[in-house]
Design a protein around this ligand. Structure first.
Ligand SMILES: NC(=O)c1ccc[n+]([C@@H]2O[C@H](COP(=O)([O-])OP(=O)(O)OC[C@H]3O[C@@H](n4cnc5c(N)ncnc54)[C@H](O)[C@@H]3O)[C@@H](O)[C@H]2O)c1
Length: 394
């Protein structure tokens, strides 16, 4: 760990990258209109005064704007990475140098450093935790129960899936490979929130999209949306590009690698790097080499080659910039309002998992629409009465 000249605790790649990070944070802020409105309110009302927050999130320009918003609301914020590959080192530097926010995150950090950074964030003795993937809260409940005492609650970031993941996953795959999607067979495992966004964007790029699923309802939805649906053993033989987005493990496994085409590209955009069974791929290979940034070419013993992108970690962050700021605007507006909600209501809340209250979601949606200049209709009193009753019919 180190400190900067301004005595902000940190472990980052280098403070010298801060100028670029500052510009990135400002660029993202331009598209984060909802968070801007919340930040103004926070500056005025100081709802988080005296709160210590430990946030384990992807250290990107968008997250930086959330951290600044929380700080401006009165909180003392410390940030660590929620993925070893997703940190933008210049953003981390600017957070420390220009915003006085403690950051423990270095792009490409090894597993030990990654967990040491989480421990450093917990040394902050937070009142509130923020997670994307629950690594911080799981370390808190296992190795650092001593830090539990001060905690009043935590937030966990989940689906910002459909629009942001769809676009940025395609972006990551293209940046990593420069592969032409038009005319290719693009296999997507999982047709949940992320998978369906990715499917529509892959189709938009001219790919022939194949979906694999384990849930019959989701599989049927994919069929009705016009995609080919089949099992992974079948799809494995056909695909040029594969992307897993299931939240499950070993979705691409030995039996699939054994039948893939020479030159197949495999990637993951699910949260953890367990969706592709990399040890199984290693076991089939005689050698591997890095052919491009974010591309590892595995030479299989039968002569075929399989290209793994971004070490099987979420490709939209490993090889691109993650969700566009406009998407993270809504996600982080929800996070900021949820923190505010917890601070105000924690005495009345039980020790259990709560969904984000609907009124907060609706408020974020309303503000986002307003920021886009879009007006929607309101129920008339007559319509409200009609919807609430059951007596009127034909
Ligand atoms: N890359 C990103 O920026 C990003 C953003 C949000 C979420 N995520 C992650 O993406 C993953 C999916 O999130 P989601 O919100 O779409 O979840 P979801 O639950 O909506 O969808 C997952 C789908 O995968 C299916 N599935 C599970 N096991 C499968 C298997 N073996 N083969 C085929 N399909 C299988 C499920 O039936 C489900 O339909 C999670 O790990 C989530 O954390 C990533």
């Amino acid at each position: 760990m180190s400190t900067t000249s301004t005595q902000v605790q940190c472990d980052i790649k280098g403070i010298e990258f801060a100028d670029l990070g500052k510009k990135r944070i400002e660029w993202a802020n331009q598209s984060m209109k909802v968070l801007q409105i919340i930040r103004k309110e926070f500056i005025k009302n100081q709802p988080l005064k005296g709160m210590r927050i430990a946030a384990c999130l992807h250290v990107t320009a968008e997250t930086a704007n959330l951290a600044i918003c929380l700080r401006d609301g009165g909180a003392d914020v410390v940030l660590c990475a929620s993925n070893p590959l997703s940190t933008q080192d210049d953003v981390a530097a600017s957070l420390v140098r220009d915003n006085g926010i403690q950051v423990f995150a270095i792009k490409g950090e090894d597993n030990d450093t990654y967990y040491n950074h989480i421990l450093a964030a917990l040394d902050h003795k937070p009142h509130i935790t923020m997670d994307d993937g629950a690594d911080l809260v799981s370390v808190l409940h296992t190795k650092r129960q001593d830090a539990l005492e001060s905690v009043i609650g935590g937030t966990e970031e989940t689906t910002t899936g459909r629009y942001g993941t769809g676009q940025s996953t395609i972006d990551g795959i293209i940046r990593a490979t420069n592969f032409l999607l038009a005319g290719s067979k693009f296999v997507i495992a999982g047709y949940g929130w992320c998978g369906r966004g990715l499917a529509s964007r892959a189709r938009g790029n001219g790919a022939e999209v194949i979906i694999t699923e384990i849930d019959p309802t989701k599989a049927l939805e994919a069929v009705m949306d016009g995609f080919r649906v089949m099992s992974m053993p079948e799809a494995a033989k056909l695909g040029d590009v594969f992307c897993t987005v299931t939240g499950n493990k070993n979705v691409l496994d030995k039996e699939h690698f054994e039948v893939m085409k020479d030159g197949a590209i495999i990637s993951n955009s699910g949260h953890f790097n367990v969706e592709i069974d990399i040890p199984a791929l290693e076991s089939l290979s005689s050698s591997k080499r890095t052919t491009r940034t974010s591309v590892e070419e595995y030479s299989l013993r039968d002569g075929r080659k399989i290209n793994l992108l971004g070490e099987g970690r979420l490709i939209n962050l490993a090889a691109a910039e993650g969700h566009p700021p406009s998407v993270m605007d809504m996600s982080f507006a929800d996070q900021a309002l949820s923190v505010d909600y917890m601070v105000k209501n924690h005495a009345m809340l039980e020790k259990k998992v709560y969904r984000v209250p609907e009124e907060l979601d609706k408020r974020v949606a309303r503000l986002k629409l307003e920021s886009m200049g879009i007006k929607i209709d309101r129920l008339t009193p007559e319509q409200e009465e009609y919807l609430a009753g059951w007596s009127e019919g034909t």
